[in-house]
Design a protein around this ligand. Structure first.
Ligand SMILES: [Zn+2]
Length: 198
């Protein structure tokens, strides 16, 4: 038996999400149909608005409603330090710690020869131009403690250090393979404080 067209389309939509297979998508689709109209309507609206009202900051690459983002625009932030992360959600995790008052740069990925991701495929060019244009004294590399994250950190270090800028790496109380996203605030604070020079 075929599902009616609207539900088949909903299942197909859910299957576009990462980690969602046919079975989960079907369960979610049927669950959605049972939800109250206003809840579904709110859900649809947040999907559209997240896509429509957000953009990437042209300076740091962070997700933002305004360009430049709030952090890049904030005159009280310390412009001598740039903390480099893989994803926008890492910025949000680190901002929760509140201790860090410098700027960020979001790579939107990591170098991965296995997957064919090279330096030109991540948000690297704009980081390099920031280093030319601004009074940057330290770059803190906070890519995740995965093989790709470590390789990216080494690559960045080799690229940036010759410019006379201090390059540090977050201390990893974060265990190997762990994501910044999932680290608690105390662990992140310790990681920032205990950063080591590369
Ligand atoms: Zn920004």
């Amino acid at each position: 038996m075929q599902y009616p067209e609207p539900i088949a389309r909903l299942i197909a939509s859910y299957m576009n999400l990462p980690g969602i297979g046919q079975k989960t998508a079907t369960r979610l689709a049927f669950y959605t149909i049972e939800m109250k109209d206003e809840v579904v309507s709110e859900f649809a609206k947040s999907l559209l608005s997240a896509k429509r009202d957000l953009r990437y900051c042209h300076i740091c690459g962070n997700l933002t409603e305004e360009d430049p983002c709030e952090i890049c625009q904030d005159p009280t932030r310390d412009k001598s330090t740039i903390l480099v992360v893989e994803e926008s959600k890492d910025v949000m995790s680190l901002e929760k710690v509140r201790e860090y008052r410098g700027l960020y740069h979001v790579l939107h990925g990591v170098l991965s020869p296995m997957e064919g991701t090279g330096p030109e495929d991540i948000n690297l060019g704009s980081l390099i131009s920031r280093l030319h244009n601004e009074e940057v004294k330290e770059v803190i590399i906070a890519t995740n403690a995965t093989t790709e994250g470590e390789a990216t950190a080494m690559y960045l270090s080799r690229l940036i250090k010759p410019a006379g800028i201090k390059v540090t790496r977050l201390a990893h109380g974060l265990s190997v393979g762990s994501d910044i996203e999932y680290a608690d605030e105390v662990t992140l604070l310790k990681a920032v404080e205990g950063r080591r020079e590369l």
